[in-house]
Design a protein around this ligand. Structure first.
Ligand code: TRP
Length: 362
């Protein structure tokens, strides 16, 4: 097994990846895959929390995510991509870890509450819905990683993971409660107290108008229909950009424009490699000397330059679905080797290591 420090992160398969995923987390993964032993999990069980009635769709989305990962440049010879539900040690850890978290603590998790609100679940969610937050602690701890690259919305899950790890190490590995987070493993703990790693952009806005309720620009999201996907063709990118929301008070190119909270400029600031150009044209825009259309055309060019190589690689992998499955099979084997070791050590610490076992998958 590799001597490099480990990274674990994952995506729930809800469909194709978009630019928000790219700047929120994919970029970090690409930057780190040479220096770390990376594990990327496809959280297919999480998809069942809200779509248990759509197994075909979930299966399709699992393949889409893996194809997207390969297309953006995650290299299966360096990084391990795997399917959550094919790593049984994660489920087994979930049960034990669930004993270390008060139920009320799980239900106070702000990410769960935001999901309940935003998806309109009311009190109509399954038992498995809050359970997924405990499952996510196990997803992470099964790999005892150093870093967990995520978007801002995942921070509450990582805080729960840190709490569970501290409790486990104190309860079963005799780690003193006053130990500093970074010293838990040194002091005999099985689980590290993991660190989140946020991306360059914490929350990318979508291409649409602000929320009618809050007046705030909405986050890019497939379900809000305001996303530019990494798989979009050049014409689709053009259509989405040319019709994107900008300054609503600006009716013609000679009106002074507002740059702040304007998705057109938010996108230029994030994606345009020529930031001098952006600065200059923001000034001209403020003075009413450049039009929306020209600025949008430039943005189309910028985004298509970023997406084009991804799109080309994606087509190649789309044509070879069996290769994508093989990458997942190999990755899942490697993931199981690590997770089985963790489970064995956890059971030993809990005095529940009765029999040896050998897992065969793939
Ligand atoms: N909940 C994450 C999301 O929806 C996906 C996920 C599952 C994850 N398990 C994880 C992320 C472990 C980081 C670490 O985006």
């Amino acid at each position: 097994m590799s001597q490099k420090k480990r990274i674990l992160t994952g995506d729930t398969p809800t469909g194709k990846l978009h630019l928000g995923h790219y700047v929120g987390s994919i970029e970090t993964r690409l930057a780190l895959q040479d220096d770390y032993d990376c594990y990327f999990l496809i959280a297919n069980k999480h998809a069942f929390t809200t779509r248990a009635d759509k197994p075909d769709q979930i299966r399709q989305s699992v393949i889409e995510i893996a194809t997207d990962w390969l297309a953006v440049g995650i290299d299966p010879t360096k990084s391990t991509m795997f399917i959550q539900s094919e790593v049984p040690a994660i489920d087994e850890l979930t049960f034990f870890l669930a004993m270390l978290i008060p139920f009320n603590r799980v239900m106070r998790n702000p990410t769960l509450n935001a999901e309940i609100r935003d998806k309109g679940l009311g009190d109509n969610y399954p038992f498995g819905f809050p359970m997924y937050a405990v499952g996510q602690c196990a997803d992470i701890l099964a790999f005892r990683p150093e870093l967990v690259p995520v978007g801002e919305d995942q921070i509450p899950h990582l805080e729960l993971t840190r709490e569970v790890a501290r409790r486990f190490d104190q309860m079963y590995c005799n780690v003193d409660p006053h130990t500093k987070d970074e010293d838990f493993v040194k002091s005999g703990g099985l689980f590290p107290i993991i660190q989140p790693k946020l991306g360059r952009v914490k929350r990318l806005v979508g291409t649409g108008a602000p929320s009618a309720e809050t007046g705030q620009l909405l986050k890019m999201s497939k379900s809000l229909n305001n996303a530019i996907f990494l798989a979009d063709d050049a014409d689709t990118v053009q259509k989405k950009v040319m019709s994107m929301y900008t300054d609503p008070k600006r009716l013609k190119a000679t009106d002074p424009g507002t740059v702040e909270n304007n998705p057109l400029w938010i996108f230029h600031e994030i994606f345009n490699p020529d930031q001098n150009w952006v600065q200059e044209n923001e000034d001209l825009y403020r003075q009413g000397k450049v039009g929306d259309v020209a600025m949008k055309r430039k943005l189309v060019e910028v985004l298509n330059t970023l997406i084009e190589p991804i799109r080309t690689r994606r087509k190649q992998f789309e044509a070879r679905p069996d290769d994508v499955i093989d990458v997942l099979r190999e990755g899942t084997k490697r993931a199981n080797a690590v997770a089985e070791e963790t489970l064995y050590l956890a059971k030993k610490a809990m005095k529940q290591d009765y029999f040896p076992r050998k897992l065969t998958i793939g």
